[in-house]
Write a protein that binds this ligand. Structure first.
Ligand SMILES: [Zn+2]
Length: 510
């Protein structure tokens, strides 16, 4: 925790030693969609109580929790750039830092508060006057602001970190919330390490902090210990046993130590949580946080089950992910859900036939929905028209029209050693991709008047060896399609795999 939160400034994400969880006796039987929701109104002007709302508040903590992850620190201009991107993305709350942690954090929160309008700006604080004053001062110029106070509630944190008895925890939490309320209308309280806290005690802390004026109650799984069902049971228990809980927004904040951050967050939403805390690309302490893009797209894609929505403009997800990866230097794994380079790669790849027949064969989301565009560096082409001339006394020539995936059409005419050679040259001219032919085979796969031939090509390109194939009743058209298959694979950097692997993949997938 580099320059800021040493032992003196713990965070709600401090590392703990996993111990056996307190008995979770709450039943997983509440209505799947709870009430007790609060959401921003249509104009996004502050949080208003709306029991039964279907709107989930997206609380982004990329600049606070995300920035705490090793190697992800950002300077002030970068933080401002990310904050503006988050605002444009449509998040409801931006946690810009932990004001008391360092002068750099204070300045960043102040900068975001002054320059980024359109979202609620939030600062984290412990339950102390110094922290709360620092947050309130840093947020002074924000059009909409929130002070987020936290205190650990689990036995291991009480006994070993805080050395406080239960009644002392309650006293400090209530005092912290009251101090924050004196400086700000919008106050969030987090019960650090809630997922490992005894349910009865957790309920007591939550009830007392609601009485003290907290407007959002966050129940974090600080150490990533919960399972979806146990986490949902904890929230259901609170909904059942805490007086006044219907007046506040229940929030989830889950870490990914067991790879369950998103699953746990969604389990929380299913029992009535109406704020999700998350980060772009899932960055955060240790194994990270719940990934914002996965939460948003799960809510959007499975509306049939979840029946809630967010204010996030999903088509801004991919560009925002790229920006955060660039400024933090934390690269996104290729197979990462939603924003990984391979997330939609089947488009022009192995499943192409199924995709062309019916997109939903392999696609539950369209790449455009998340702003993933092959036109930003990854062009693919399809054949629109083709004609060739050849025969005794004529020079072999081809004229061809292709359409790029952004909709633009291109036309080219070329001569060659034969009609197929002319076609390949025309494709090379349009696409700018040239490759050396290594193998070219034609096989008939059906017989009769409409006999179909299969053209299989293998080419060599500086980036690897690529194979393409196509079926057609016309040899020249089949050759053109097979060559385009190769060109598209080169564009998407999908070199050939071993033939036996390819053969298995062609059978389908599970
Ligand atoms: Zn955290």
């Amino acid at each position: 925790m580099s320059n800021r939160s040493g032992a003196e400034t713990p965070s709600i994400c401090a590392v703990g030693i996993p111990v056996t969880s307190a008995g979770h006796s709450g039943r997983f039987s509440d209505s799947p969609i709870g009430r007790g929701a609060t959401a921003p109104d249509g104009k996004g002007r502050g949080l208003v109580s709306e029991p039964g709302s279907e709107r989930v508040v997206v609380f982004d903590t990329t600049l606070r929790d995300g920035e705490q992850s090793p190697g992800a620190s950002m300077n002030l201009p970068q933080k401002l750039q990310v904050a503006k991107a988050l605002r444009d993305l449509g998040v409801d709350v931006i946690e810009a830092g932990f004001a008391a942690a360092s002068p750099g954090d204070f300045e960043a929160i102040q900068g975001v508060a002054r320059q980024v309008e359109g979202a609620t700006i939030c600062s984290l604080s412990r339950c102390s006057k110094g922290d709360i004053d620092a947050s309130a001062n840093a947020l002074a110029d924000a059009a909409r602001k929130r002070i987020h106070v936290f205190l650990a509630t689990s036995p291991i944190h009480r006994d070993f970190k805080l050395k406080m008895a239960k009644d002392e925890i309650i006293r400090r939490a209530v005092e912290g919330v009251k101090m924050a309320r004196a400086r700000c209308e919008d106050v969030e309280f987090s019960t650090e390490d809630a997922a490992r806290t005894e349910l009865e005690f957790l309920a007591e802390v939550v009830e007392r902090t609601i009485e003290a004026g907290a407007t959002t109650l966050n129940i974090p799984d600080t150490v990533g210990y919960a399972l979806p069902q146990t986490y949902a049971e904890t929230l259901s228990y609170l909904k059942k046993h805490v007086r006044g809980i219907e007046r506040v927004v229940i929030s989830v904040h889950c870490h990914n130590d067991l790879g369950l951050a998103v699953a746990n967050s969604l389990a929380g939403v299913m029992v009535g949580a109406r704020q999700v805390e998350c980060t772009i690309n899932g960055i955060g302490e240790r194994a990270g946080n719940a990934s914002l893009e996965e939460i948003v797209m799960a809510i959007k894609t499975r509306h049939d089950v979840l029946h809630v929505s967010t204010g996030v403009k999903s088509e801004r997800l991919y560009p925002t992910s790229r920006l955060v990866a660039q400024v933090t230097g934390m690269h996104v794994q290729r197979n990462k859900a939603i924003v990984g380079q391979n997330a939609f790669a089947h488009e022009a790849g192995i499943h192409q036939h199924g995709m062309l027949t019916h997109r939903e064969t392999y696609e539950i989301m369209r790449p455009e929905e998340v702003g993933f565009s092959r036109s930003s560096g990854q062009h693919t082409w399809e054949l629109v028209a083709l004609s060739t001339t050849s025969g005794t006394g004529t020079l072999p020539a081809a004229s061809i029209a292709l359409q790029k995936n952004d909709g633009t059409r291109y036309q080219e005419a070329c001569g060659g050693d034969g009609p197929v050679d002319a076609v390949f040259k025309a494709i090379e001219r349009i696409t700018g991709i040239s490759a050396k032919l290594r193998d070219y085979q034609i096989q008939s796969v059906t017989v009769g008047e409409d006999a179909q031939g299969e053209v299989v090509l293998e080419v060599e390109h500086p980036t690897g060896v690529y194979r393409g194939r196509a079926l057609s009743t016309d040899i020249i058209e089949g050759s053109a399609r097979a060559y385009l298959d190769v060109v598209n694979r080169i564009a998407l950097k999908q070199p050939a795999v071993a033939p036996e692997v390819e053969a298995v993949r062609q059978l389908g997938t599970v």
